[in-house]
Design a protein around this ligand. Sequence first.
Ligand code: CO
Length: 134
Amino acid sequence: MIGRLNHVAIAVPDLEAARAFYRDVLGAEVSEIVPQPEHGVRTVFVELANTKIELLGTLGDASPIAGFLERHPSGGIHHICLEVEDIAAARERLRARGIRVLGEGEPKIGAHGKPVLFLHPKDALGTLVELEQA
Ligand code: CO
């Protein structure tokens, strides 16, 4: 069912500093900072040869990553994103096995303009997993 690793997301307390670290220290190609108001975050994508890193910073007071950053003040791996061909079929397959999908269960449009779903970390080896329709 799953395809490529689309990205690994790292939540950071200072997105500008994180972007500069990947660009200037690690020598990676980085995107501009993009506000994602419907997700309460700002993102920077780091382009690697085989996948991407998504740097996540807060946007607004009620950012969904605020609690994570309180528990991980220096930042940390927030989720991984795996590609699937058909997100509705993937959801049905997972639900049939008792895996919880976060929210209403309807795919949202993610940071790449493609439908995404998140699996409950307690049902996915303690890891927040984002599925993105490739
Ligand atoms: Co993501």
